[in-house]
Design a protein around this ligand. Structure first.
Ligand code: NOJ
Length: 577
């Protein structure tokens, strides 16, 4: 789980129901998943609330800010919003450390604001998917305070403790800890507690049925308010072998193999489905899909009654500071597609709040190519099978900020790793170069609304610096330009929504060995679309063995027309055959 490629690259990771108003019938499709569901047809737009829009001048985005922009969000044509955590939190990890699951983080507003947000969304036909962070809580949660208070507390077994009289437990790797050690000694009860993430994010003990019931109650609390689903944070890690056996030396290089999908995770999921999901009209998507297609299928296949979707990391992890091979990219996405062609459903994404910016990682953010390459990547995301998850700001073609100084970074694991590298005499110059490309703060700079001071994000001091390209890359100026990234995004979303073939249709890759062009068809019930994408900054030729001279061009990111047999730099074209 390479949430933050910077750290991943440099160190230890050697290498991360229900149908609603939709037509609830099957698509006559012999080539894939045949069962219509709203969440398969949805385009999900992810909002990082801290950076979206600040309504009260404290420099931090908030719920009222999102409410004020609901018409903008609606105008994108998306169907659902995935909101990163908005619950009470001391913000060690920007809300992924929850101290009260039934309350709203002070900086973000109040429960009344939340109710208005949900109503405003539903009035506009937009669904809300919330983050469920239950692999761990905050160490400031009342459960943890109780749990650490004594060895005999009724909350002791809500977390994983190892009494020091037994010696030190076997090493567990922490993704966020300064020393990478997931066991933190606590002198209060002379014991260690487990934290796969930071010390302020102790892991919850899912073996304890009381804890599991608490989680189900929390889920019901939000579902009863009318939310439409959950994105389940780090869920593949919740089950642990609580005898904590020693793992082979160096296991951390491949820690997912040891941490993910440990039995009895499927029992927990079946129980959760029975207790919660089966009683609501709600969707579920897991962060992480285990180690294999089998793991992924075991999470999402409908007859198993566990989850609806998962997202796998293999695709998003392809981009490296030194570039990536399109052949590799094509192979990975084709392999995942074929593994789910007949059964199961996944998501499609290339960016989120744990990644640097889409265009900077997978496209080309130079002034010459930022616009076309970001449109090309949006075309890819909106024409593949799977539910697209699209990160806020990518519709504008927002780019990496590339901080030079460590003082500008805000991301806790990055700051911890910087310190760790200093402690072990690591290559700080290389570290700083890497995080310019990959640190997730690049994707968290404030949303760019207009060319006024602070990009229209806040009237105060933004919690993290604003990218200086905001004077040109912003909503106000892109609204005025019919050929902007923003308006292109609206068109490509509309194209997907109007054509079932782009959602459910069979995917076939063409010109497989072409290192520059990604070409594929999507086909359903006699309707066939061809997608041609040039992933390079040069003119590229393609050879697809199809006559497209009579084909209807549905969208093209260049104003000039498609030239037969070749594409301009980062050209993206969708034609109907
Ligand atoms: C995954 C989330 O996406 C990430 O932002 C967070 O830091 C970790 N899980 C820990 O909750």
């Amino acid at each position: 789980m390479k949430y933050f490629k910077n750290i991943a690259v440099i160190l230890f990771f050697a290498s991360a129901l229900a149908s609603c108003n939709t037509k609830n019938k099957s698509v006559t499709n012999t080539d894939g998943d045949t069962n219509r569901k709203w969440w398969k047809e949805a385009v999900v737009y992810q909002i990082y609330p801290r950076s979206f829009k600040d309504s009260n001048g404290d420099g931090v985005g908030d719920l009222k800010g999102i409410i004020s922009e609901l018409d903008y969000i609606k105008s994108l044509g998306i169907d659902a919003i995935w909101l990163n955590p908005i619950y009470s939190s001391p913000n060690d990890d920007n809300g992924y450390d929850i101290s009260d699951y039934r309350n709203i983080m002070k900086e973000f507003g109040t429960m009344d604001d939340f109710n208005s947000l949900l109503k405003g969304m539903h009035d506009r036909g937009i669904k809300l998917v919330m983050d469920l962070v239950v692999n761990h809580s905050s160490d400031e949660h009342a459960w943890f305070k109780q749990s650490r208070s004594s060895r005999t507390s009724p909350y002791r077994d809500y977390y994983h403790w190892w009494n020091a009289d037994r010696g030190k437990p076997a090493y567990r790797y922490s993704l966020f800890d300064i020393n990478h050690d997931a066991w933190k000694y606590d002198s209060l009860t002379d014991a260690y507690y487990l934290h796969y993430f930071s010390r302020k994010q102790p892991d919850l003990n899912w073996e304890n049925p009381k804890l599991r019931n608490e989680v189900y109650d929390i889920m019901k609390f939000w579902l009863d308010k009318g939310i439409d689903g959950f994105r389940m944070d780090a869920f593949q890690f919740v089950a642990k072998d609580t005898t904590f056996p020693a793992f082979p030396a160096g296991f951390e290089k491949n820690f997912i193999k040891y941490y993910a999908m440990v039995p009895p995770i499927h029992d927990y999921l079946k129980e959760m489905n029975r207790e919660v999901f089966s009683r609501y009209n709600a969707m579920s998507v897991a962060e992480g899909a285990g180690n294999s297609f089998e793991d992924a299928h075991n999470l999402v296949d409908e007859d198993r009654k566990e989850l609806n979707m998962a997202y796998a990391f293999e695709g998003v992890d392809i981009a490296k500071p030194e570039g990536y091979s399109l052949l590799h990219f094509k192979e990975v996405f084709s392999r995942w597609d074929s593994a789910f062609a007949d059964k199961g459903w996944l998501s499609i994404y290339l960016a989120n709040h744990d990644q640097a910016r889409l265009v900077s990682r997978f496209g080309n953010d130079s002034p010459e190519f930022r616009d076309v390459s970001s449109k090309m990547l949006s075309t890819f995301l909106m024409t593949m099978r799977g539910t697209p998850y699209y990160y806020n700001g990518d519709e504008l073609g927002m780019t990496n900020i590339r901080f030079d100084k460590i003082e500008d970074y805000r991301d806790m694991p990055t700051l911890n790793e910087y310190q760790h590298q200093k402690d072990i005499g690591g290559d700080i110059k290389k570290f700083m170069e890497n995080i310019k490309f990959s640190c997730r703060d690049n994707g968290r700079t404030p949303f760019q609304w207009d060319a006024s001071g602070n990009a229209g994000f806040t009237t105060g001091n933004p919690w993290i610096k604003i990218n200086s390209d905001y004077t040109t890359v912003n909503v106000a100026s892109e609204e005025k330009d019919i050929n902007s990234c923003l308006n292109y995004f609206r068109k490509i979303v509309k194209l997907r929504k109007e054509n079932d073939a782009l959602i459910y249709g069979k995917y076939i890759m063409l010109d497989k060995d072409n290192p520059d062009v990604y070409a594929y068809t999507r086909e359903l019930n006699g309707k066939k679309f061809l997608v041609l994408l040039n992933f390079t900054s040069k003119t590229a030729k393609y050879n697809i063995g199809l006559d497209i001279s009579q084909a209807k061009i549905l969208i093209d990111n260049y104003i000039s027309l498609l030239k037969d047999g070749q594409l301009q730099a980062y050209e993206a074209v969708v034609v109907e055959l």
